[in-house]
Design a protein around this ligand. Structure first.
Ligand code: SF4
Length: 361
């Protein structure tokens, strides 16, 4: 991604630059809204706009892998989130831009952080957006700040989908990385309470759980959670752990590409082809060892390419909506997920990476 570092919308120095009057937006969103100039190395449409609440104190949680974690060294304003820069902009200027570019937008999302004002400010920003822009809006929620009544308020304000960043897919891992850490305290039970309430309030396929590959979980752990969520008509969205410099998990390697591709395929087979647990065999370490399936039909799924497109809340007509280019990898690295349908050259690479013959037959 080539970016010219020109801040187009300088913040006004006299105002506190915090939410609800200021928000951060992903660099890709800033480019899509022409608030920064730049272009991607490949040409593709991009209409997902991701906002992040902004506070002087930052996020009060302290997750071991997160760029915004409270005890990660550095000033909050210099911190990255999923390894990309997030320019700070005035909320009203942003909403103006959204209104102007509405025809090209596919999905909007406000990411909350753990902070005492996060719920109040998310409602405020949602109102400002909903008054002027009709693009479907998601909220990636901060469960510690919410309860059932607050989720109902989000729905009443016009929010379309709810995302829950569970990230760690087992209770043990969650506790180790997000609860029992210096300024932790996030609760596994609270996250699932919010999943359940959101599913009841927002309905089938209107809730998603973000799951992170590479935090120490097994393939079996991932496949079991994909199945459990599918059976509740909740999407699982895949993210690839991408070490943030200076975070507590900065030295942990990313998952190998072969594993990542097989996990993408397994999730797609579960969600779109109706696979169940009996169709997956695992080794003693919980790694996927064999797919009990017809070789030609699995090959056909790989050849479609959909399994490898970025997971995210859809656009109004079900098209890819939130595609977060470069969210799980650097522009210099191979695509982990594709913010567009992979082309013939991409599919040839995917076939080499996935080594399907080792798990079929
Ligand atoms: S997939 Fe994108 S739009 Fe949906 S909740 Fe996650 S970050 Fe937000």
């Amino acid at each position: 991604m080539a970016i010219r570092q020109l801040p187009v919308l300088p913040a006004r120095a006299s105002e506190p630059q915090i939410s609800p009057d200021y928000v951060r937006i992903s660099m890709a969103s800033a480019i899509a809204l022409r608030m920064r100039s730049g272009r991607f190395s490949r040409d593709f449409d991009f209409g997902g706009i991701n906002l992040l609440l902004n506070y002087d104190e930052g996020c009060l949680s302290d997750c071991g892998y997160c760029g915004l974690a409270r005890t990660r060294p550095g000033a909050y304003e210099d911190k990255s989130f999923i390894r990309v820069e997030w320019p700070l902009v005035r909320t009203d200027d942003l909403v103006d831009r959204m209104a102007r570019h509405e025809a090209t937008l596919t999905r909007l999302c406000i990411s909350m952080v753990t902070h005492g004002h996060a719920y109040r400010d998310t409602c405020d920003i949602t109102r400002r957006i909903a008054e002027r822009v009709s693009t479907p809006l998601s909220i990636l929620v901060a469960p510690p700040t919410l309860n059932r009544e607050r989720l109902e308020t989000f729905k009443a304000l016009g929010v379309d989908m709810i995302g829950i960043g569970l990230d760690a897919v087992t209770e043990d891992l969650f506790r180790h990385i997000r609860t029992d850490v210096p300024a932790g305290g996030l609760k596994w039970e609270k996250y699932w309470e919010v999943v359940t309430d959101a599913r009841e309030i927002f309905g089938p396929w209107k809730v998603n759980v973000h799951t992170l590959v590479g935090l120490g979980e097994t393939d079996r752990d991932l496949i079991e959670i994909f199945l459990a969520l599918r059976d509740r008509q909740i999407f699982s969205y895949l993210f690839c752990f991408n070490p943030e410099p200076d975070s507590r998990m900065a030295d942990l390697a990313k998952s190998p590409l072969t594993r990542w591709r097989r996990v993408q395929l397994a999730k797609h087979l579960i969600e779109s082809e109706g696979y169940d647990l009996s169709q997956f065999d695992f080794g003693p370490d919980g790694a996927l060892a064999r797919l009990r399936a017809d070789q030609a039909s699995v090959q056909a799924v790989v050849d479609q390419g959909v399994a490898f497109v970025t997971n995210g809340c859809p656009g109004e007509k079900g098209e890819p909506g939130c595609t977060r280019p470069y969210g799980s990898y650097r522009p210099s690295e191979p695509f982990r997920d594709y913010p567009f349908m992979p082309g013939p050259g991409d599919l040839a690479e995917i076939r080499q990476q996935i080594r399907l013959d080792e798990v079929l037959g």
